[in-house]
Design a protein around this ligand. Sequence first.
Ligand code: ADP
Ligand code: MG
Length: 578
Amino acid sequence: MAIHVLPEEIVARIAAGEAVERPASVAKELIENAIDAGASSIHVEVAGGGRQLLRVSDNGAGIPDEEINLAFRRHATSKLRKVEDLEALTTLGFRGEALASIAAVSQATIITRQRDGSAGTRLNLDAGALRHQERIGAPAGTVVAVENLFFNTPARLKFLKSDVTEKRHIHWVTARYAMAYPGIAFVLKQDGRERFRSSGNGDLADVVSRAMGLKAFKSMVAVDCLEHSRLGRPKIQVSGFVSLPAISRASRDRIILFVNGRAVQDSALSRAITQAYDGLLKSGAYPFAVLLITTPADFVDVNVHPTKAEVRFRDSSAIFLAVQRAVREALVECGDKLPAADIWSDSGFSEQYLEYRRPLPDWRRFEGSDLLDNPAGQYIPEVAELPAKPRTLPVLRLVGQVGAAYIVAEAPAGVYLVDQNAAHERVLYEELMEELKAGGLRLKALDEGQTIALDPPDVERLENNAPLLAKLGFEIESFGPSTFLIRSLPACIARRTSADLLPPLLKQLRQTGADEGAALSALAAAGALSRGQVLAEDEMRALIAKLEYCADPLAAPSGRKIFIHLSSAELAEEFRRA
Ligand code: ADP
Ligand code: MG
């Protein structure tokens, strides 16, 4: 066949295949248009799973008379003029393709009137061709009705799922946008029945509870975090709701994300959220979440994918860290509801410490206690007892975390950078050592046990060191020739699995024989918090507090250094030189 330029009709149908995959994609595009038009109320009506009819009505700006014939033309948009506009989009649409694509594969009707227009206009199209146009009376706003979707593309029609599935997709598209825009009132009707409604009163909690269901909503906590911009870094706001670790799902399918009001699917971002649950959820269990991420428009590239479901970030690591930190903060803040959240306070020490450090009582903690009922107004909390151990470091004030790996702190003597991994290794080592001296490690029973398969040499080592392993908190049963069932783990590192802990421990025993100190050092290394873990402020404070009372806080048991110290004099000198 000779090369030739395709007629517009075929081009339109090919393009339609990209943007209009199923009825829910039509709903998505029409809802986005209504939002872009500034609507405060959006109605979605569906019949026959969206194939028969999909109608979206809004009370937005309407389309000016002189532009109406352009709306259904490909690459006709009111939202973009110059190529630079693509760099900082503030509207959901910009491709000028949706209406043309939808109209090409359906019979579409549009009725629109501008708020101050004298009358409205009605257009009927059939497979993209204009059939009828008239002036009519109409309320301000726009109604787009799409009938007989894919009637002229039988192949596409064949791939559609059952009505029930298509309806479910349309439901979620509507619910998603309702959550992203709590200030807009949405109504969804399917086959004449109301299926979803949001009030438009601007209250995110209200919409999320309707969209996710009250039961799920009750197991969620609010996330609300604003990171101010720094040189070259975006300002990032993360708000929404995430599930508490007590409840989870078997897949990531209810991690709902919006970036600047746009629903996106981003596996790296949803991984960032899942990682914030590190140590709180079993592997294979996922949280559910509704998160609205807001960042300056020029930090996001939305022109990546025809359905605009993917975005690219100019500074993705800043976004991921902000999201992780926001979620982690929210989870740690409601720590009293978390079953496994006491990551740092196994000894009960960090709690006391935080109490002691806070200059003012935290009223939430004293709620219902007799302190509040004290008529004499004696609101001063009892000073928690200080740990018996002597302090080995100056009091460090937490500044923050960099690169999800180092904690920054300051003291009168200057700035300290703390390697969180080495620091935690040290803290764990001393805790384990103390427990061992007191008779044996505290153990945590595993409900179902964990099976582990070992190599023959490890099997032998395990059997030869059974008494030591028991003293270290491992209850082990034989489960097959080279498989074992682990019934318990040392309590203070039980957020790790036996697969994380046992192999390095056995390796150590091979090198050093049954040496208790060496075994503890291997356990501390295997159990320590990794680099790359974003920490909430309270977690960092607790870690530093524990470190301040370690016998040897300067190096991890493996010898790696924990601190880099920049004295005030060094800092001053460094700046003077320039
Ligand atoms: P895009 O949204 O990418 O601009 P569309 O094909 O979805 O492209 O819409 C084309 C144009 O039609 C829009 O730019 C807008 O000017 C107009 N339009 C579409 N839907 C509406 C609506 N509900 N209210 C007002 N104007 C609309
Ligand atoms: Mg659009």
